[in-house]
Design a protein around this ligand. Structure first.
Ligand code: PMV
Length: 326
């Protein structure tokens, strides 16, 4: 079998060429916010490099995310402490982190100690892996004092988890799908818009880990859902239209497009074989309430990711009404 010429390792090597290979700091602590997609990423054109079929747009939540401390580990393996608990080496989270660190080990073959505290539930469709990998990349850059652009850091974070490419930024960002085989044009950038009135409320229905990982759910949808034929084009148009509406601060248009984009993504998943369904009965109950509230004239919209929890898009002035709904 022919070996793939462009790999995660070759991309990292290219980006880090000329950068320091010895850590400058003993330990660094960084924060990366979680992000909620308003125009969703669902499906990869390259499953290894996490290159998406379509561009996506998100808003980072400034108070929710991962605070991560990274240092060089004295032992002979990586150590991971998640929310105060030291995880065993065979824990899937440690395996995932170690595989990611493998990309960045220099000739001296350092091991890392990763302590991460997340104030959102892990793997419950709240983009915990997005802020997790973005924080690791930010921490590595600070530890080794790499002089890289946000664009390059976004590409490195993408290699951990696609949506992590957007968690490098506060506020709104767009992740360009890119066209290149090596993915060097597939990175996120800030939309540079100051819109504090736009808010997202988290409606936590279930903190349990999702039954189907987003990686598996995406792949199954791409391969078996007849509706996936329309998704990439529609999603690309949505991302562009949502970006334009954000830049104009047109809340109604952003809300309408974002809710429709999320519902279309879930419909596309439901048509997969076997179906990919992240919803619980409570998900639909909340949607009903959102739609009823809208009929009463309150501009509130919903979006859902790879989990049953609902995120409510609303304006600051309606925060009390929306809180009452929750
Ligand atoms: O980056 P991943 O593999 O966690 O996938 C994220 C997928 C969604 O949250 C459903 C959509 C998105 O764009 O964040």
């Amino acid at each position: 079998m022919l070996e793939k010429a462009i790999t995660k390792a070759s991309i990292v090597k290219m980006i880090l060429s000329g950068q320091p290979v010895v850590p400058s700091e003993k330990a660094v602590t960084v924060f990366a916010p979680t992000n909620i997609a308003l125009a969703k990423y669902w499906g990869k054109r390259d499953t290894d490099l996490h290159l998406p079929m379509n561009s996506s747009v998100s808003l980072s939540l400034k108070d929710y995310g991962c605070t991560t401390t990274l240092s060089i580990c004295e032992g002979d393996c990586d150590r991971v402490i998640l929310n105060g608990e030291a995880l065993p080496a065979e824990h899937p989270f440690v395996e995932k982190a170690s595989a990611f660190f493998d990309l960045f080990r220099t000739k001296a073959h350092y091991y890392f100690k990763l302590e991460t505290n997340s104030n959102i539930p892990i793997a419950a469709g709240l983009a915990s892996s997005a802020c997790g990998f973005a924080a690791v990349v930010k921490a590595l850059a600070a530890l080794f004092q790499w002089n890289l652009s946000l664009r390059e850091l976004s590409i490195l974070a993408r290699l951990g988890s696609g949506s992590a490419s957007r968690s490098l930024y506060d506020g709104f960002s767009i992740w360009h799908k890119g066209r290149r085989e090596d993915g060097m044009d597939s990175f996120a950038e800030s939309l540079e818009v100051d819109w504090p009135e736009f808010q997202i409320g988290l409606c936590l229905l279930n903190k349990a880990e999702k039954k189907i990982s987003s990686r598996e759910g995406m792949q199954r949808t791409v391969e078996t859902s007849v509706l996936y034929q329309v998704w990439p084009d529609k999603a690309e148009q949505d991302a562009e239209a949502i970006k334009r509406a954000i830049l104009k601060k047109d809340f109604q248009t952003v809300g309408e497009l974002a809710e429709n984009n999320a519902l279309t993504m879930h419909a596309t998943m439901l048509a997969a074989k076997p179906p990919v369904c992240y919803w619980e009965p409570e998900t639909l109950a909340i949607l009903d309430k959102v739609w009823a509230l809208r009929k009463e004239g309150v501009p509130v919209y919903a979006t859902m990711d790879a989990g049953p929890n609902v995120k409510l898009l609303h304006l600051k002035k309606d925060a009390d009404v929306v809180a009452a709904l929750l």
